[in-house]
Design a protein around this ligand. Structure first.
Ligand SMILES: Nc1nc2c(ncn2[C@@H]2O[C@H](COP(=O)(O)OP(=O)(O)OP(=O)(O)O)[C@@H](O)[C@H]2O)c(=O)[nH]1
Ligand SMILES: [Mg+2]
Length: 237
């Protein structure tokens, strides 16, 4: 899959990064690690592996600003390459790197945006407590209802964009940081008329490192959804 580039944001993923890159390289994808100056030395590990393994590059950013700004910086670099497909993937093995070819295949079969989805038949979550399941499923239901889109998993972060989607969405106008960023990217893609397809995945809770999910990220998403809807209704989106 030489036409596919995986954007891989990292913040304190020392225990996961090497294993993740060694899982991705045999798939034949290119990988852009986007590290926000992780205090645990993830950035140095990324540089060492980029020198050793084919198809890996590293974008070092000075400070942690959230997932959204990290991805936006990665997308700009990705668009400067000749990649046909640009993917989002978490580095904590919640997303199975071996599912990457299934997302790319969905785009090759015609989708403009393929979403790894926990909430369609065949998808699911493993090792999540009841609290996390309720928050996640409730969040997608809330966003789906307010935005009026038929997409089951709006908060997931395992995606494959056809290049032209990222060329069309005004990246400069996106300021969401956490789950809101995932919702906004998918919503903007549907508003722009692109075809969104959900591909069932099993999401497994991380076993190494720490989650960066926070109350602020949760509240940002709750507040951002109605703003997105109003923006669309008034033609500003
Ligand atoms: N560069 C960068 N990466 C980040 C930032 N925040 C999170 N990440 C990375 O984004 C991916 C997802 O972050 P997680 O901590 O797993 O957060 P999450 O998946 O939303 O939350 P959980 O469901 O609890 O795992 C991981 O690879 C993180 O290392 C950030 O501010 N900057
Ligand atoms: Mg995670």
């Amino acid at each position: 899959m030489p036409g596919a580039l995986v954007c891989l944001p990292t913040y304190n993923e020392r225990e996961n990064l090497e294993r993740m890159l060694r899982a991705l390289v045999p798939l034949g994808v290119r990988v852009l690690v986007i590290d926000d100056n992780s205090p645990d030395g993830t950035g140095e590990i990324a540089d060492r592996l980029a020198a050793e393994l084919p198809g890996i590059s590293v974008l070092h950013r000075p400070r942690k600003e959230g997932l959204g700004p990290a991805y936006l910086a990665g997308f700009r670099e990705a668009l400067a390459t000749d990649a046909d497909y640009v993917l989002e993937l978490d580095c904590d093995f919640s997303h199975d790197p071996n599912d990457v070819p299934r997302l790319v295949a969905a785009c090759e079969a015609g989708a403009d945006l393929a979403l790894g989805s926990r909430y369609v038949a065949g998808g699911g979550t493993v090792n999540w407590g009841r609290g996390r399941r309720i928050v996640s499923a409730g969040g997608s239901l809330y966003a789906r209802t307010l935005l009026g889109v038929p997409i089951r998993d709006l908060t997931g972060g395992f995606k494959c964009f056809r290049r032209r989607v990222l060329e069309t969405i005004p990246l400069d106008r996106i300021h969401s940081k956490g789950y809101a960023f995932q919702i906004e990217m998918t919503y903007r893609a549907t508003r722009a008329g692109f075809t969104v397809v959900e591909v069932p995945i099993t999401f497994t809770d991380r076993t190494h490192g720490q989650s960066k999910m926070s109350r602020a990220i949760f509240l940002e998403a709750v507040a951002r959804v109605p703003v997105l809807r109003l923006g669309a209704l008034s033609g500003r989106l």
